[in-house]
Ligand binder design. Structure first.
Ligand code: SF4
Length: 469
């Protein structure tokens, strides 16, 4: 793929659109030019060529860049059958712009018109972005002032899934790291508790993610929860989530401990209800494990149970997705999150025709899920995309009324500070439009060994808010 630009410096935008339609391996070149407010693109792909032209509404950089991307999009569409329902919207938070327009008092028709006209979104995606924006807006309005969310990362899983994009270690080979890791987490909790108290902040949501937090012994997990409660005021916590992604880690002992500790929301992640696929991607648990985990969670009376699914798993199609959805809905989850398979490197390297086949198949699975879940009383409430994914498709959280995860919305909309504890944690400082981050080491061993450095860096959070008081 070759990219030539003339009269502008928006090469990145041109590349994003080209990668939506073509593979890096393709014999394709694009010439993108800008004259005043008129953007033109010429794409030559083997023997074929196509042209696109778009005029910017005004001279603002955002609109000029959109016109450049649109001209490339129009030309690429002539040459490729790739579905591109999100148009030129390649950002990771497609609902953010719609929410801003809602707050600026634009009507729903104006928002839909803008998303379709300025970003070339399909009607269905523009409607999805608006629905999510409306739900998010209502949730954000209930966010207490001076509140903070707490994230605790447990980077262990029973085994590693083939498609995993997280830094997570299989407990079977890394058992020796778990106890020292827990000790380091306890130190960071103590330190974080002091920061929150000194700043007078109120914990609002607590989220245990990973990895699979329930992959460690219930006693150790309970020790971590106990330490959080000792070091922070839990009376203001409105939502307490623990991911129990791998259902094989969800034992009776674990569920009663979580219930006793006040956990209200869990996420059991089947991904698919086809055993053949689970085996192929190395999940190492059975469909029956999923059913058992749901049964135990309901029996214990956990308030909100989420199920994560993945559209586009190898060998799966629309029909298989339909079966998975039927099986999942029969388990009565309160929320279902539908992800699209993330294959960043593969997206760059596979041939175009394979990209198109994958994207068409996954897009059909995503559409079917949305239709089926809406029909069963779920509404979309948060959404994000990952860069460079095949088909530029979305990940959407659906929930029944009152079961939306506050934490998921906060993390998407970046409006509340997050104090992240543990490996892979990303602490976020937010003040209006200003956002700063502090990252913890990604791996359990690196985090454990560098805990003193981690604590020192955590003070940047204190400094950030102290400076602005
Ligand atoms: S359960 Fe999730 S975090 Fe753990 S290995 Fe599988 S994909 Fe990765």
């Amino acid at each position: 793929m070759e990219i030539y630009t003339n009269g502008h410096d928006a090469e990145n935008g041109v590349r994003q659109i080209m990668q939506l339609f073509f593979s890096l391996k393709d014999d394709v070149r694009v010439e993108s030019t800008l004259e005043g407010k008129i953007a033109r693109a010429k794409i030559v792909c083997g023997e074929k060529e196509a042209f696109g032209e778009a005029v910017s509404e005004n001279e603002e950089r955002l609109y000029i860049t959109n016109a450049i991307k649109k001209s490339v999009f129009y030309a690429a569409k002539e040459l490729s059958a790739m579905p591109a329902p999100w148009g030129i919207s390649t950002g990771i938070r497609p609902a953010k712009g719609a929410r801003k327009m809602l707050n600026d008092n634009f009507s729903e028709n104006e928002i839909i018109g803008h998303l379709k006209g300025e970003y070339l979104m399909d009607e269905s995606k523009a409607n999805l972005a608006l629905s999510v924006a409306k739900k998010e807006d209502a949730i954000l309005k209930s966010m207490p002032n001076g509140s903070v969310s707490i994230y605790v990362g447990i980077p262990f899983c029973p085994s590693r899934c083939a498609y995993c994009s997280f830094i997570s270690q299989a407990t079977e080979h890394n058992n020796k790291y778990i106890e020292p890791y827990t000790e380091a987490v306890l130190k960071e909790i103590e330190h974080t508790g002091r920061i929150i108290k000194d700043l007078g902040m109120k914990p609002d949501t607590v989220y245990f993610g990973g990895g699979t937090p329930t992959a460690i012994a219930p006693g150790l997990l309970q020790k971590i929860i106990g330490s959080l409660k000792e070091n922070m005021d839990f009376s203001t916590v409105r939502e307490f989530t623990v991911e129990a992604g791998r259902p094989d880690t969800f034992t009776r002992e674990m569920v009663s401990m979580l219930k006793a500790e006040g956990v209200g929301r869990i996420s059991i992640n089947p991904q698919t209800m086809h055993q053949k696929t689970l085996d192929a991607v190395g999940r190492r648990h059975s469909v029956e494990d999923v059913e058992r985990a749901f049964y135990m969670a309901h029996e214990a009376g956990l308030e909100s149970i989420n199920a994560d699914l993945i559209a586009g798993l190898p060998g799966e199609d629309e029909k298989m997705m339909e079966y998975t959805l039927e099986k999942i809905l029969a388990l009565k989850p309160h929320a279902v999150t539908v992800h699209t398979l993330y294959m960043k490197r593969a997206a760059d390297m596979i041939e175009s025709f394979e990209k198109i086949r994958f994207a068409e198949n996954t897009a059909a699975m995503v559409d079917l899920s949305a239709k089926r879940l809406k029909g069963a009383g779920f509404s979309p409430y948060y959404m994000y995309k990952q860069r460079n994914t095949l088909g530029n498709l979305e990940n959407v959280g659906f929930a029944k009324e009152g079961h939306e995860s506050l934490y998921n919305v906060y993390i998407m909309e970046e409006v509340q500070p997050i104090l992240a504890i543990g490996a892979g944690g990303s602490t976020k400082m937010v003040m209006g439009e200003e956002i700063e981050r502090v990252f913890n080491p990604k791996e359990a061993a690196g985090y454990t060994n560098r805990i003193d450095e981690v604590l020192k860096r955590k003070d940047l959070f204190y400094d950030f808010y102290k400076r602005r008081k």
